[in-house]
Design a protein around this ligand. Structure first.
Ligand code: ADP
Ligand code: MG
Length: 849
């Protein structure tokens, strides 16, 4: 095993590479230009490809062939069209090019086989997997992912010296980069560092500040000078006639912004020919001007800070300091606005540009991999997962005669480390010797035993290297068993990375003809995680039948509806896969394992047929059930349509308009979705699923807190009405009461969810219960019976049958035989062409109860 050592910050705007060596971190410089940062920009010229600074400069010359900001598109199916090549490139391919260029920074002999790459804490599994793929494609055999706030924390804590007792407590890591904003809540003690929670916005960064300068300062100046009609609209149009100018101006805006971090005024000067007229522009910009423009954008970051505090029941005084990272924190205004509004001390002691890469290198110092000579035939991806699983190294040696397992911590804040050696086989008469590389410790020759413990003394604040040698009876070294152990003392490390989103499984809610999410792993639980669920099959599936059960693993928010989440793994077991019939109520065992690098392994065992189904999910193998997707589509369409009616009724005009937009967006997917066969091999289902998830989330968020408050108010009011109705019911009172109580029990959790669709689901249940209450109330039954009698014959499926039931019902009513009368009313309702006492949806669900 060798330490990975290389850490890479694959940023939206800038990327860097660093290495942990000789007890410190070195950030590599570009051999060309000698800068540490490599702009994450790729330019395709006809004759060659440019990466980095040169590519960024090329933006002003030939924007259509230059690509930046692609990190924002990782994990999506979006492709970029390169005019010069007449080809599409993907975000993964572009990232691969940046990574390969970073490798060139390292002009060392040894091969670079493994690295740690940082990702925003909010990256979902698709985005994480896309990053892993880019790493592999760049030639790294082993890639480990690390969340950026953890990297920043490691850089901060390791830079500030372990003796600083003030390290105890809570801190916020505020990372304001070029394309993303992230804030993480970190808790530290003398020996331990934990990320408790994070908030972020993948679409909020320095770029947005640049856009704001263009919109608020540059465009008005151009319009004023040129008097061109519709200039702004044309200027923003993708591939429009001013595109090249747009990118030029974007470049100038960014440069001006950076300059204003150090001075109070600057100016943008450029010449351009617009509609065949040549212009020279001179646009002065002051710091006051940008302060005003940036304030609302910076305010958004502060709102996320407030959110993270509220969610964790903390107040500003609980926080020691805010640690700043990311290029946008160079702006004095960011620091001033943060300090003024939060009252928390601001700490900008670490370099905002390099700290993520430095932290990644610290992490990499404690990540181990097998150099390729020893790499087994197991897929590297699975391997990466299993190695990533523990900070505890267990090294297996497999000699023909001796088998040896070592356990020790590769990083510790203790003064010594316990090494446990376990031996099997012909170790009799063999000896071992362990010595520290600096010569400060040596065990001498010690006889091997089945189990042996050694206490290894550590040099403080150092990576301690120990050589372990094994000797046979003749004191010849058994080279194959000898090994170097590296133990880092005093380096802060992290126990495990928190899961950024809930991971859930979709199960049936048969009673309500829908599905619900059950949490498998809660957000913020530390990776890796493993769990086995025991459930029942909720419908019988005959051997050979078309019907199937669907194990759908989703990532997102546990309190939202299934369609708002991303499917990250799916196993579809159809009747055709079964060796015998699968009976409703039989057991299913679902084992779910998620690694540090967020690779998901699922094993499903059907107890009844004794069959096992396995899957390792990664982006390329990801499966989505088309059947389930279609059903989700229908549910979502119904829900949004219901919302629209509700908004219309309440005269919530704006919400109605927005909901209509979502509905149209959804319906535009319908032809493509319903054309798909279950075994469709194209990417369409992923694209549709992703779009549906986004629409579903937007529909949920519509109206914000105001809508939630309204819904909760309606819920409480209807609950009171329903309770009163049930109290006065003439039949099945106990059963109805039980159902109401059940609903009440779930109240606390769904009220907390603050999720519109979840509350609406509960409202529907309440509505159903209200109807049940009515249909068990004699007075209502009488009124509806009178109404049925007034219907035209055409309203009934069989009017003769209805007539005879009218007669029997009349008789029952006259002689006060109410239970019988109730049965007759129900029969009549079933005879109606449009039944109003019970509605019918054909619900298929997942098959898992
Ligand atoms: P990312 O993490 O997105 O790769 P960085 O942390 O490198 O980004 O930050 C890049 C952003 O920082 C860019 O938007 C850039 O304009 C901005 N930036 C860099 N230096 C300064 C500066 N001196 N003043 C203001 N903004 C800056
Ligand atoms: Mg960054």
């Amino acid at each position: 095993m060798k330490p990975v050592n290389f850490g890479i910050d694959l940023g939206t705007t800038n990327s860097l590479i660093a290495k942990y060596e000789h007890n410190k971190v070195r950030v590599y410089k570009n051999p060309i230009g000698l800068k540490e940062t490599l702009p994450s920009v790729v330019a395709f010229r006809k004759d060659r490809t440019l990466i980095g600074e040169k590519a960024r400069e090329y933006l002003t010359k030939d924007a259509v062939n230059v690509f930046g900001g692609f990190k924002r598109k990782m994990g999506t199916d979006e492709k970029y069209y390169v005019v010069n090549l007449d080809e599409n490139v993907t975000p993964i391919e572009l990232s691969t090019m940046v990574l390969k260029e970073l490798k060139n920074f390292v002009q060392e002999q040894e091969p670079m086989e493994a690295c740690v790459i940082t990702i925003p804490a909010s990256f979902d599994s698709m985005q994480s997997n896309a990053t892993l793929q880019a790493g592999k494609a760049a030639g790294f055999k082993e890639v480990f992912l690390l969340q950026e706030p953890i990297a920043a924390s490691l850089a901060y804590f390791n830079a500030n010296g372990s003796s600083d007792v003030k390290n105890d407590g809570y801190r916020l890591v505020y990372d304001f980069g070029g394309g993303t904003f992230d804030v993480a809540l970190v808790k530290s003690t003398q020996d331990d560092l934990k990320v408790i929670d994070h908030e972020g916005n993948n679409f909020l960064g320095g770029m947005d500040l640049d856009f704001a300068i263009i919109e608020k300062i540059i465009v008005p100046a151009i319009v004023q000078q040129t008097q061109i009609d519709n200039f702004e609209e044309d200027f923003r149009t993708k591939f429009g006639k001013y595109e090249s100018l747009y990118y030029q101006v974007l470049y100038y805006a960014e440069e001006a912004k950076k300059e204003l971090s150090n001075s109070n005024k600057t100016e943008i000067e450029f010449s351009a020919t617009l509609n065949d007229v040549a212009y020279d522009f001179y646009i002065p910009i002051t710091r006051q001007q940008i302060d005003d423009i940036f304030a609302p954008i910076i305010q958004e970051t502060i709102q996320l800070i407030q959110k993270i505090l509220v969610n964790n029941e903390l107040v500003a005084t609980d926080i020691n300091e805010i640690i700043l990272v990311g290029g946008s924190t160079y702006l004095p205004q960011v620091r001033e606005q943060l300090a003024a509004q939060t009252g928390i001390a601001i700490n900008y002691s670490i370099d905002p540009t390099t700290s993520i890469a430095v932290g990644a290198a610290y992490y990499a110092a404690n990540k181990y991999y097998e150099p390729s000579a020893i790499l087994s035939s197991e897929t590297t991806e699975q391997k990466a997962g299993s190695i990533a699983d523990d900070l505890l190294a267990t090294v297996d040696f497999n000699d023909t005669d001796i088998e040896m397992v070592l356990s020790y911590n590769k990083s510790t804040r203790d003064k010594e480390e316990v090494l446990i050696m376990q031996c099997n086989g012909a170790y009799e008469n063999c000896t071992y010797r362990i010595y520290r590389a600096d010569g400060g410790f040596d065990t001498g020759h010690v006889p091997l035993k089945a189990k042996k413990t050694e206490f290894l003394p550590l040099l403080a604040e150092n990576v301690n290297i120990f050589n372990l040698q094994i000797f046979d009876a003749a004191q010849n070294e058994i080279k194959r068993l000898s090994q170097q152990l590296q133990i880092a003392q005093g380096i802060y490390n992290i126990d495990g990375q928190p899961l950024p989103h809930d991971i859930c499984i979709e199960v049936d809610d048969v009673e309500n003809k829908t599905t619900k999410l059950e949490v498998v792993f809660e957000r913020n639980s530390l990776l890796p995680q493993k769990r086995t669920l025991y459930r029942e099959i909720s419908k019988t599936i005959k051997k050979g039948a078309d019907d199937s059960i669907i194990i759908n693993i989703l990532e997102g928010d546990k309190s939202s509806r299934a369609s708002s989440n991303l499917t990250i793994g799916c196993i579809n077991i159809s009747g055709k896969d079964l060796q015998s019939d699968l009976i409703k109520g039989s057991d299913i065992e679902i084992q779910i394992h998620i690694t540090d690098s967020r690779i998901l392994n699922t094993v499903v065992y059907l107890v009844m047929t004794q069959q096992e189904f396995k899957n390792v999910f990664s982006i390329s193998e990801k499966q989505i059930s088309v059947a389930r997707l279609k059903e989700q589509y229908i549910l979502l369409e119904n829900e949004i349509s219901d919302n629209i009616r509700e908004f219309q009724y309440n005269e919530d005009k704006i919400w109605e308009i927005n909901a209509n937009t979502y509905l149209e967006e959804l319906q535009s997917l319908q032809p493509r979705l319903f054309k798909l066969k279950d075994n469709d091999a194209s990417d369409d289902k992923y694209i549709i699923a992703e779009k549906m998830a986004r629409i579903s989330q937007n529909a949920d968020k519509l109206g914000g807190n105001e809508r939630i408050a309204g819904l909760l108010e309606t819920y409480l009011q209807r609950k009171e009405e329903t309770a009163a109705l049930i109290a006065a019911a003439d039949f099945e009172k106990d059963e109805l009461l039980k159902q109401l109580q059940k609903l009440e029990q779930s109240e606390a959790s769904f009220m907390r969810s603050k999720n519109a669709s979840v509350i609406e689901g509960k409202l529907r249940q309440l509505h159903d219960l209200y109807w049940k209450g009515l249909s068990n109330t004699t007075s209502f039954l009488i009124s509806i019976f009178i109404e049925y009698k007034s219907y035209e014959p055409i309203a009934f499926k069989d009017y003769n049958a209805a007539k005879s039931i009218f007669k029997m019902a009349d008789a029952a009513l006259t002689s006060e035989r109410y239970p019988e009368f109730r049965r007759h009313v129900f029969s009549l309702s079933n005879l109606l062409k449009r039944s109003d006492l019970n509605t019918h949806i054909d619900f298929k669900g997942t098959g898992i109860g």
